[in-house]
Design a protein around this ligand. Sequence first.
Ligand code: 1CP
Length: 352
Amino acid sequence: MTANDSMQPTATYDSAFLRACRREPVPHTPVWFMRQAGRSLPEYRKVREGIPMLESCMRPELVTEITLQPVRRHNVDAAIYFSDIVVPLKAIGIGLDIKPGVGPVVDQPIRTRADLARLRDLTPEDVPYVTEAIGLLTRELGPTPLIGFAGAPFTLASYLVEGGPSRTFENAKAMMYGDPELWADLLDRLADITAAFLKVQIEAGASAVQLFDSWVGALAPADYRRSVMPFSSKVFDAVAGYGVPRIHFGVGTGELLKLMGEAGADVVGVDWRVPLDKAHRRVGPGKALQGNLDPTVLFTDKDTVEVRAREVLDAAAGLEGHVFNLGHGVPPNTDPDALTRLVEYVHAQTAR
Ligand code: 1CP
């Protein structure tokens, strides 16, 4: 399937997930879970045995299998491509690894203007395994849409500048406040790489894309608007012509929701801190919302999960479009059956 085909009224185009993203009537509220692939499933741990994370992202058959696992098991309304936000950086030659129990770790952090030279453009030839895996996936998935994704410039910069996961982002924010020109040039490079990576996924057959700006909630709205938003907008603008829904998500972004929508999203992801009716008022008309059950609710009993899921659905009643999701990723030690039951519950409650 090409980007052009994905705009035709196929079964995929007509799926509940893509209809909700376009704010059209749906047969039921669609559900998928951030980090549904490669987290809590025993069948995931089995196929990953002995294979480092980044290597597993470069094996098309393995990526296909891991991406399909949650679709088979939970009957979710969309698949998310199994990869990681640092894969495009690795693909252009940045020395980095994903360390078990830690996350992405960068050999030589990007701190100076000279370091920017290491961020070259990404071409489709840098990621042949992505094109191949998405080709396999779209055949296997049938009408179920595939979501492609990338890390947003700020969140990628947070790993590159800090050198690894951080709670405070002190080096990245110091660069942003103290050397705005270097910061802007860094984010501009990252926007180009991210846009190129999303284009590869859409051209291979992804029918929606999500830009993960997971850690941007660390910023005040004025700094977001000045120092981050132009570069996230550049990414969204670069893929606007394909007509596939663009989802924008971050954690702790209650104060940023309106701006994150304005950056160019069709769907704004909301974490669990802001009820969806309130989020809708903040974002304004013309956007669908995605979210936002607190992931830790999954550690409670079935009845509590259902009460909390019902609250999310009630808060979403007046939305123009709603994609049910968690407020952040599936926690690794989640009971997979709790996810399966949650999908069943949302589908049953919202069947029209
Ligand atoms: O959603 C899915 O099921 C697809 C797989 C996926 C996605 C969407 C992975 C696999 N990573 C991601 C995105 C990602 N990676 C984000 C954005 C989403 C989010 O906010 O959760 C972020 C911030 C990362 C960075 C990352 N990669 C971390 C977080 C570290 C930190 O800063 O706290 C970690 C732990 C990873 C490693 C990783 N990515 C994915 C998996 C399965 C793993 C575990 C690694 C392993 O198995 O060894």
